[in-house]
Design a protein around this ligand. Structure first.
Ligand code: DGY
Length: 426
């Protein structure tokens, strides 16, 4: 297929999934606004409709809570095709939202939107919009500091697997065991009505997801209470790296806008993360890994999120060399980088959601980080593999790293957006 046709196809997906000011990830499986999906979607819009790109992020932040929290789903309108819907979350907010958050990629996206506005001499027209988003972004990042890092280690502690965006990664298996699922009751999943159950999380995982939602409801979605008593607390390597990167991008914007005190605050958050994130290095695995806050144990799993250390700008030569060795080893085992789980792990499953498949948005962050760190050949391989998957198979939610077949929903917004954003600099 020609590049023009691929571009047109990607734009057609964003148009079809546009619900007016926000974009659904996929009309059947995910019929609402999702947090990090929308941020990546904005990068796609920015290649041909700058105003619509900014609106996507602004609409998301219109659902921000007073304490700075930014929900992972905004239910702008109900849809019976999804479970758990607004009545299960019962957050009592307007608009109705979920009570958990998602990886904070938005500040990095807003910096990219701003850089692109400057390059097109459109910065005057967008400056007020930037100022307004800056205030909301820093409020969200303070919320992470205040509610998702109880020991002040400079990491992000996920209180629900869905917060990590990597729902069924094996990193959550052992930390999930103590979750009491005895009161969950009967429910009907909708995801397995749209998709092959072999691609989706298991019933045990769903029971745990719902038990944690019920726990949040019982706490009245009071984040201080949840931070104190939640039965699941995992320092997620993905969110920790993503927030460190996002704080660097927000600092850049603070300096640009002349926000001195906020810039100092962001420098403090970056210093804390740089000093503390080494806690997530697993010496035995020679890799970055998530760690259970309640037991102190490393997951020991090498996942695609482990490779976000480049994106976070850690620049630690010994650790970088170890991660590059993993990348080369994994790259020799699969056709397409980066599988969401090390293919040599016995639990690797090539089409089951976050236990094997390749996700374009994670690759975009890994490839960006590798390029910035000067690892050009590895960056080129990750980018090439990602674009090849889309050229050959269309815009799926995820793909098998072994044969490239699509996994999860098709006509997927963030995959189409990554095509537009990443193929644009060809
Ligand atoms: C789902 O419903 O599978 C989502 O990933 C939750 O955010």
């Amino acid at each position: 297929m020609t590049i023009d046709k691929l571009d047109a196809g990607a734009r057609a997906i964003l148009t079809a999934n546009d619900r007016g000011g926000y974009t659904v990830p996929n009309g059947q499986v995910y019929p609402f606004q999702w947090n990090w999906d929308s941020a990546f979607v904005a990068l796609g819009f920015d290649t041909y409709n700058r105003d619509r790109a900014w609106t996507e992020v602004e609409t998301l932040f219109n659902a921000q809570w007073d304490d700075g929290f930014l929900p992972h789903i905004v239910f702008w309108q109900d849809d019976p095709g999804y479970f758990p819907g607004p009545s299960v979350w019962a957050t009592g907010k307007t608009p109705v939202t979920s009570g958990i958050t998602q990886p904070p990629v938005a500040a990095t996206v807003v910096r990219k939107l701003w850089d692109s506005a400057i390059a097109a001499s459109a910065d005057d027209a967008y400056r007020l919009r930037l100022e307004s988003l800056f205030d909301k972004l820093i409020a969200w990042h303070r919320w992470f500091r205040d509610y998702r890092d109880p020991d002040g280690r400079g990491v992000v502690v996920a209180m629900h697997p869905w917060e990590t965006g990597r729902d069924n990664s094996p990193e959550w298996d052992a930390p999930g065991e103590p979750i009491d699922i005895s009161g969950v009751g009967e429910y009907t999943r909708r995801d397995t009505g749209h998709l092959d159950a072999k691609m989706r999380p298991t019933k045990l995982e769903y029971d745990r997801y719902l038990a944690l939602v019920q726990y949040g409801v019982a706490q009245g979605w009071d984040h201080a209470k949840i931070t104190a008593g939640n039965p699941f607390k995992v320092a997620d390597i993905g969110m920790s790296m993503i927030l460190l990167r996002a704080n660097r991008d927000l600092l850049h914007l603070a300096e640009y806008l002349g926000r001195g005190s906020e810039a100092d605050e962001l420098r403090q958050m970056i210093d804390t993360a740089e000093a503390g994130i080494g806690w997530l290095w697993d010496d035995a695995k020679h890799s970055w890994c998530s760690r259970d806050l309640l037991t102190g144990r490393s997951s020991g799993f090498i996942t695609s999120a482990s490779f976000l250390s480049f994106y976070a700008g850690l620049a630690d030569p010994a650790k970088d060399a170890a991660m590059l060795a993993h990348l080369h080893r994994i790259g020799s085992k699969v056709e397409y980088l980066m599988p969401s789980l090390d293919p040599e792990d016995p639990g690797f499953q090539m089409i089951r959601y976050w236990r094997g498949p390749v996700w374009a948005v994670v690759n975009f962050m890994i490839g960006t980080g590798l390029a910035e760190a000067g690892f050009d050949a590895e960056a080129a391989r990750v980018r090439h593999d990602t674009l090849a998957l889309m050229e050959r198979n269309g815009y799926y939610e995820a793909y098998s790293p072994v044969d490239g077949s699509g996994s999860g929903g098709d006509d997927f917004s963030w995959t189409a957006a990554i095509w537009l954003a990443w193929s644009a600099d060809r």
